[in-house]
Design a protein around this ligand. Sequence first.
Ligand code: FDA
Length: 511
Amino acid sequence: PSHHHSRVPNFLQCLSLHFPNSTNSIAKLIYTPHNSNYTSVLKASLRNQRFALPHTPKPKVIVTPLEVSQIQAAVYCSKESGLPIRVRSGGHDYEGLSYVSYESQFVMVDLINFRSVDVNVEKGTAWVQSGATLGELYYGISQKTNTYGFTAGVCPTVGIGGHFSGGGYGMMSRKYGLSVDNIIDARLVDVNGKILDRKAMGEDLFWAIRGGGGASFGVILEWQIKLLPVPETVTVFTVNRTLEQNGAKLIHRWQYIADKLDENILLRLFITTANSSSGFGKLTTQGSFVALYLGRAEKLVELMKESFPELGLERQDCFEMSWIESILYFAGFDGYPREILLNRTYDLMYFKGKSDYVLTPISEEGLEIVYKMLNEIDGTQALFSPFGGELAEISDSATPYAHRSGVIYNIHWGTGWKQEGREEYVKHMKWIRRLYKAMEPYVSKNPRQAYLNYRDLDLGVNNKGNTSYEQASTWALHYYKDNFKRLVEVKRKVDPRNFFRNEQSIPPAAV
Ligand code: FDA
């Protein structure tokens, strides 16, 4: 690597030699802090305001490639100049790792221009580029067919690149599993600048990028997915119950049925607090039971009467619609034209999330702690996502995503705020860390399992230099359990010098 202060000029000079196009068009694909567009390009997909502060480390160079050869050039020049690289797809990383680095200088490769969605209905497959959003994928499928969908997250602005390489849970996961369970091929640029598809990369690396995090292994360009059959009519509902309206009993009971329901039903549970309309200034805690059923309303009401009669679901609570309309419904765009799925903008806010997996139902006392703590500050939420169904059929080692056997549900703990300043920041961060500690007795243990896509640097980070297997295990076992070993072995094989690294990347260590 070249001398520290000449890294950026060396990188830029290298790019100008290796970008196949004329200097003119290169200028439009490369941004340094001197460019007037730098900030808007950086912020275009930066989901968490916590990492948009003046003191947040920012890339010295942003590259927005239009062609694969330019990504290859960026990897090559990054290596040549000793300037580490970050890859960004949708920018929804919980800890901002796609655009923040604590190394003193770094380059960001932003896949904002790599977002085509190519749907082949005859074959029942699609190729989707990493820089596309979930919304763009869902929209793309819906433009070609109304009998296929795909299993992935609910928020349409999430990027394919991070989501697919970390798991991908959504409203069809009890029927079809995670996104990673339905990927059949991928193309990536490896550390040597080579383009590899599934056949060329081999089954070990193809395994690793489906849940092990893409950032440790290369720049993933695109993914081939299996399209998944959906009925022409699906049914949705949202039933809200406050704690006063028997909500606590329902929430407790939900834990006993959520993973056992017919796999065509996914019944998710949001626990939130809000200022109630009745009592002035009083916070009300409520459970929102939100469901997708891959079938008609009458049948759903019947099934719910059998499995969860306490909820009291009625036919008029249910809405029949097409699968793509259900995507809009869960995204909070009920009744909007589907083109809104192409919109990449969102409400800016600060947030911090953490995750847990529950293997035995939480006692009523344990849930009381949740209600009490959710009430302490504004903007908090607990989201319970049920497992079972197809998720229980897939082995823990089939992909790096190791949270399948015995899991009843996943929890997302979250808090969000809009007010600037240190005081608010500290309040929310302290709150969620306290909650996480308080819930320890009630959730999975040894290791306490966590979802990579809800990344949490509190679990631990790598060294700035070499990181041993033992040290990385402090954070990695939460995400990968026994799969961590195999991930380290793959890493040692494909990137022994640890070019693709971040605070929580797989180290090429001796096991
Ligand atoms: P981003 O671009 O920030 O990348 C995330 C990580 O992947 C970084 O380390 C990055 O370097 C790496 N990476 C990205 N593209 C890459 C590429 N092409 N090659 C190699 N490495 C790459 N999850 C879920 O399962 N279900 C859900 O419903 C939701 N909903 C949701 C809502 C909201 C508002 C947020 C903020 C997040 C979620 N998530 C989620 C979590 C989401 O799946 C997770 O944050 C993804 O990693 C985001 O992917 P992006 O491409 O947007 O992230």
